[in-house]
Design a protein around this ligand. Structure first.
Ligand code: NDP
Length: 246
């Protein structure tokens, strides 16, 4: 899905941005919006492509060598990564009794360990530059829980503990680490839910609609901006009010 990046304005300070999972959905929308705002943007992909004007680097976040090669490629083409958006994520939904070790491991490996791996790689140049912005794409279900998503919810809740620890470790070096928790956003991931489930969820959302990719991208843009320099360790919901109070 493409975003409506028309509202984006030129960035106050152009940064080098890396988005993981930029081939579609939310990651693609984030890459498009950051590009429209004047940043230098790279995005990882496994299949498909990345938006025109974005540097595409093929990488699977579960493969350490591919992550290392992706960073090296971005650094030589665009400079050190100043804004990291750890977005790559998967689901393997099923009820607990049917959830295999493989279902658990695959989701944790991508959503949590993958985010850890890119954060660790991004940190050193950020510390050296005394500037960095890390944004982790979690989910409302990380706080609410979700039947059939024990693995996914655990991985998304894990990002909060990780980001808050990073905020403490890296704050004195000018590096912020924040978590963004989208609600239901119209992408391939939610297309799998089916119409009846979407209607049921929509009824629970105070704003009465699913989120658009650009709703999330706009919030990422804020967390990456100079204006958000005093925001770290935060969990920002972008969920139409679905998770209020959590
Ligand atoms: P999509 O399935 O549309 O896109 C997922 C992206 O992640 C793709 O670009 C995919 O790349 C990439 N990806 C998956 N596994 C890997 C991997 N091992 N290494 C590198 N890239 C990988 O999902 P969404 O856009 O909907 O979701 C994006 C993020 O937002 C996820 O973290 C998701 O959990 C989160 N989220 C989504 C919500 C929603 O309602 N859609 C709600 C809350 C959170 P490729 O296709 O090339 O494999």
């Amino acid at each position: 899905m493409t975003s409506t990046a028309a509202a984006a304005v030129p960035a106050a300070t152009p940064r080098t941005v890396l988005v993981t999972g930029g081939s579609k959905g939310i990651g693609r929308g984030i890459a498009e919006r950051m590009l429209a705002s004047g940043h230098r943007v790279a995005a990882t992909y496994r299949s498909g492509d990345v938006p025109a004007g974005v540097l595409g680097v093929r990488a699977d976040v579960t493969v350490p060598e591919q992550v290392e090669a992706a960073f090296a490629e971005v650094e030589s083409a665009l400079g050190s990564v100043e804004v990291l958006v750890a977005n790559a994520g998967i689901t393997r939904d099923t009820l607990l009794m049917r959830m295999s070790d493989e279902d658990w491991d695959a989701v944790l490996a991508t959503n949590l360990t993958g985010a850890f791996r890119v954060a660790r790689r991004a940190a050193r140049p950020m510390i050296r530059a005394r500037f960095g912005r890390m944004v982790f794409i979690s989910s409302v279900v990380g706080q609410l829980g979700s039947a059939g998503q024990v693995n996914y919810a655990a991985s998304k809740a894990g990002l909060v503990g990780m980001a808050r620890s990073l905020a403490r470790e890296l704050g004195s070096r000018g590096v912020t680490a924040n978590v963004l928790a989208p609600g239901f956003v119209e992408t391939d991931m939610t297309a799998e839910l089916g119409e009846a489930a979407v209607e049921k969820y929509t009824a629970q959302i105070p704003l009465g609609r699913l989120g658009a990719v650009d709703d999330v991208a706009a919030a990422v843009e804020f967390l990456a901006s100079d204006a958000a320099g005093y925001v770290t360790g935060a969990l920002l919901p972008v969920d139409g009010g679905l998770g209020m109070g959590h």
